[in-house]
Design a protein around this ligand. Structure first.
Ligand SMILES: Nc1ncnc2c1ncn2[C@@H]1O[C@H](COP(=O)(O)OP(=O)(O)OP(=O)(O)O)[C@@H](O)[C@H]1O
Ligand SMILES: [Mg+2]
Length: 386
C-alpha cells in the first residue's frame, strides 16, 4: 500500500509536469495532470499522521484543483483571484478571493500595557520599530538605517501576535495583518500580484506596518517547496528589497514559531534581518500576565498570585490566560446551577492546574532537533540551549 510520502512524491512529480505543460500552453494535458496531482495530494493528506503535513497536502490539493479549474477556461474566478475579486454575498465560492479574506487593516487596540513582562522585547521593538518612526530625522542624521524587516519568533502562545499589534498601536501606524493561511489555500495564480498589491496599498497609507503572521505557512525553504510557493517567496523578497526606508513610511513584520522552516534568503540584510526572540514568560512576567487576566475578575483574598506565578514555570502566556478563564468557570458554573456567587479561590486554580500542563516543553524539544538539522544553532541559539 502506498504511504503518504510516496503519494506526495508522485503528486509533486505530476504537479511539476503540469506546470511545464502549462508553460508550453498545452492546457488540456496540463489540466489533466493538475487534477491527478490534486487527487494524489488529497489521498496523501488522508494518510498523513502529521497534522502539519496533512494541512499542507490538503492545501496543495486545493491549490492544484483550482489551477485545473482555471485552465478549463470556465468562468472560475480562481485564475484571476485578485484582491478586488468579488464574492457575491452568501455565495460559498471557494475559488474567489476578497480583500477581507487576505488581510485586515486596522488600528489595533492592544498596547504595551496589555502585555505582561517581556520588557527586553518591548525595548527591542521600541528601538527597531517605534523610534525609527517617531524619530526619523534623528536616525537619518546619525546615518542609522531604520526600518529593516523584523521576524518575531518563539514558542506558541507567548505574545508574538500581541507584540506586533502593540507595536503598530504604539507608533500610530495602520496595521495590515496578512492572513498567510488564506494565501496558501486560496490564493491561486495571482499570488505574486496580490503580494505586490498589499505593499502598494501599504505605501498609499500614512504610516503602515505589514504583518505576516505565521509566515512559515508561505515562506518555507524554496528547496523544499512547490513552484507556486517559490514564486510567493520570490515576490516577497523582491517587494522587501524594494522598500525604500528613507521615503516609505512602511515596516514589515512577521511572526513564526518555526523560524528554522523559513527560507534563509528572507533573513538577508534589507529583508527580515532583525530576529527578535519572544520567550516564554519568566517569573515576573507570569505574575504580570496573571494580574492582567485577573484584573476584571473577582478574586478571593486567599489567592496568592506570587505563589501561582512560581508554580507555573514553563507555562505560556496563552496557558496562563486559559488557566484564569478555566478557574473563573468553576464558581460561575456553581452560580449558574443555583449556588451563591462567590469569588475565585486558590483551590479553583489548583483544580485547573492538575489538568492543564505547560504547552511549550514539547515545542522546545522539537525546536532543538529542527535547528540542529538545519545547522543553524548560532542563529537560533536560544532554541538549542534548553
Ligand atoms: N505577555 C502576555 N501578556 C498577556 N497575555 C498574554 C501574553 N502572552 C500571551 N498572552 C495571552 O495569550 C494569547 C495568545 O498570545 P499570542 O497570540 O500573542 O501568542 P503567539 O506568540 O502569537 O502564539 P502563536 O505562535 O501560537 O501564534 C493572547 O491573546 C493573550 O491572551
Ligand atoms: Mg500568533
Amino acid at each position: 500500500m502506498n504511504s503518504a510520502i510516496t503519494l506526495a512524491a508522485q503528486a509533486r512529480g505530476y504537479a511539476k509536469a503540469a506546470r511545464e505543460l502549462e508553460d508550453r500552453k498545452e492546457s488540456e494535458r496540463a489540466r489533466e495532470l493538475y487534477l491527478k496531482a490534486a487527487k494524489l495530494y488529497n489521498d496523501a493528506s488522508m494518510l498523513s499522521k502529521d497534522d502539519m503535513d496533512k494541512n499542507t497536502q490538503r492545501d496543495l490539493a486545493e491549490h492544484l484543483f483550482a489551477r485545473a479549474q482555471a485552465l478549463k477556461g470556465s468562468n472560475a474566478v480562481s485564475s484571476g483571484g485578485t484582491l478586488e475579486g468579488n464574492r457575491s454575498s452568501g455565495n460559498n465560492d471557494e475559488s474567489s478571493i476578497t480583500k477581507d479574506d487576505v488581510f485586515l487593516k486596522e488600528i489595533p487596540d492592544i498596547g504595551f500595557p496589555d502585555i505582561g513582562g517581556l520588557e527586553d522585547v518591548k525595548e527591542e521593538i521600541r528601538k527597531a520599530i517605534i523610534y525609527p518612526f517617531t524619530h526619523k530625522e534623528l536616525y537619518q542624521m546619525y546615518g542609522q538605517k531604520a526600518g529593516e524587516g523584523i521576524l518575531l519568533y518563539g514558542p506558541p502562545g507567548c505574545g508574538k501576535t500581541m507584540m506586533a499589534k502593540a507595536a503598530a498601536k504604539e507608533c500610530g501606524a495602520e496595521f495590515i495583518s496578512v492572513k498567510t493561511s488564506t494565501i496558501v489555500s486560496k490564493w491561486v495564480g495571482a499570488s505574486e500580484k496580490n503580494i505586490k498589491q498589499i505593499f502598494d496599498i501599504a505605501r498609499q497609507g500614512k504610516r503602515s506596518i505589514i504583518f505576516f503572521d505565521e509566515i512559515d505557512s508561505i515562506a518555507t525553504r524554496r528547496s523544499e517547496s512547490e513552484d507556486y510557493a517559490k514564486r510567493v517567496v520570490n515576490e516577497l523578497l523582491a517587494q522587501m528589497d524594494g522598500v525604500d526606508t528613507a521615503s516609505d513610511d512602511l515596516l514589515v513584520l512577521a511572526a513564526t514559531n518555526e523560524p528554522w522552516a523559513i527560507d534563509p534568503a528572507l533573513r538577508r540584510p534589507g529583508r527580515f534581518s532583525k530576529l527578535v526572540f519572544v520567550p516564554e514568560p519568566d517569573l515576573e512576567a507570569r505574575k504580570a500576565i496573571l494580574h492582567i487576566h485577573l484584573k476584571k475578575r473577582p478574586i478571593d483574598d486567599d489567592l496568592d498570585i506570587s505563589y501561582l506565578s512560581e508554580i507555573t514555570d514553563s507555562y505560556s502566556g496563552a496557558d496562563l490566560a486559559a488557566i484564569c478563564k478555566e478557574a473563573a468557570d468553576i464558581p460561575l458554573g456553581e452560580a449558574l446551577r443555583g449556588g451563591n456567587p462567590r469569588k475565585i479561590k486558590m483551590q479553583d486554580f489548583e483544580t485547573v492546574l492538575q489538568k492543564r500542563k505547560p504547552s511549550i516543553v514539547s515545542w522546545y524539544i522539537e525546536a532543538k532537533t529542527a535547528v540542529q538539522k538545519t545547522g543553524e544553532e548560532e542563529v537560533f541559539s536560544e532554541l538549542v540551549q534548553k
